[in-house]
Design a binder for this molecule. Sequence first.
Ligand SMILES: [Zn+2]
Length: 283
Amino acid sequence: MRTALVFLITLLVGGQALADPFRPSVKDQISLGKRAAADVRKKEKVLPETDPRVQELRRIGNKLVTQIPEVERKRRPFEYTFDVIDSKDVNAFALPGGPIFFYTGLLDHLPNEDAVAGILGHEIVHIRNQHWASAYADNTKRRLGLAVVLTLLRAGDTVFDIASVSDSLLFSLPYSRRHESEADRVGYDMMSALGYNPQGMVDSFTTLKQLSGGGSRVEILSTHPDTDKRIQALSKRVSEEKRSFEPVQPRAEGLYKPIPEKTNSSHSKTSRLLVRACCQDGH
Ligand SMILES: [Zn+2]
């Protein structure tokens, strides 16, 4: 049913290269992201811009954004921002339209700048390629069902209503496996084109895996059968590289904190990166 519906919508909408009326526009994505980011800044302990971790994240993030072609920037002028939340959560996430947040529970344990660039590249691609907006549109169509969707499409109006987007949809709508693979693949392209060593991306996922479980919360890993596959796919790509790279760059002194021998329970909170990867399939 879902496949048939998506296929039909593709015929009706994609075939004529029209915008999917269920998908939030670029403008709406920017508004939604700003609203949600303001909320995050109010609720969470966001580090000041004088903190060296924030400066590092912004330096690498802004550099990665320069990889986005000018023509794409003009068409989709997303406003990328980079912030760090002081929290033991092992997490990083992107909001539609540009805001990206890292938790210190992840950032502090990334072993080199290339690993930071790896996660950042991945998150930037979710925004660039409008993954949340696509997931939102698919979710709406599934919820409404075929008959209603067709009626709305025939009416030819924009169906998306910005006011109807709840916070839970903004923060936890899962991305498809296809979107996660795309974020890995294009994120790799972006960081390696700048000279970052793509081994850093492998390191970042290995760190995520270690932090998410370390054996103490195996059930989390067991719901993410593709974490190892993602690491394998990235490692394979690194091993087949024709380009040569500088060795991974250590982070500035004091920024990297090795993972403690025994992962304590506060570290076993799951990462949204990994959760998003697991929960929606079939695309
Ligand atoms: Zn992702």
